[in-house]
Design a protein around this ligand. Structure first.
Ligand SMILES: [Zn+2]
Length: 167
């Protein structure tokens, strides 16, 4: 059950000085009318009248810009972005492991507390104290040059590349 990450519609194409019908709006930014209806259900403001739903270009453009700006919002220190939920989520308790990628970077691996999708995020090793404060007192699992070393056998929630240390 993998969800495709939707590409960002090119909302610069929306003209702010006109109104769009739903098919016109869909065509303008190359999405389906189903996507537009979905957005309306999620709060895209429309003008209704005479059986016709119209979207004001300026409103449409701003709503989409805000929506995408929100997606880009960095996770809170205790969250990791979940591609299942399409938003930052809190890891499931006990699912977090810290794996060293190199001397400077560690990977925080966990399962989403909402949908159980594997999620991970890289962080600076210099912030280890802060990471432990947010995710628990965890040992960093070192990835050695000659293959894997997983002291914690439960750390299967994260797949690590076969490169070992990166330069
Ligand atoms: Zn999730």
């Amino acid at each position: 059950m993998s969800k495709v990450i939707k590409r960002k519609p090119d909302f610069r194409k929306i003209q702010t000085n006109r109104t769009y019908t739903i098919p016109e709006a869909a065509k303008a930014i190359d999405v389906t009318t189903g996507t537009i209806y979905n957005w309306i259900r999620r709060g895209l403001p429309v003008l209704e009248g005479r059986g016709l739903t119209l979207i004001q270009g300026a409103v449409f453009k701003k709503w989409l810009a805000d929506k995408w700006a929100k997606r880009k919002q960095p996770c809170k220190p205790s969250e990791i972005f979940c591609f299942g939920c399409q938003k930052p989520a809190i890891p499931k308790p006990g699912s977090v492991s810290l794996i060293a990628r190199n001397d400077k970077i560690i990977r925080i691996c966990a399962k989403c507390s909402v949908c159980a999708t594997n999620m991970n995020r890289t962080a600076s090793r210099a912030k280890l104290e802060e990471i432990r404060f947010n995710f628990g007192e965890l040992e960093v699992q070192e990835l050695h040059l000659n293959g894997y070393s997983f002291p914690n056998a439960k750390s299967t929630s994260c797949r690590v590349g076969s490169h070992g240390r990166e330069i």
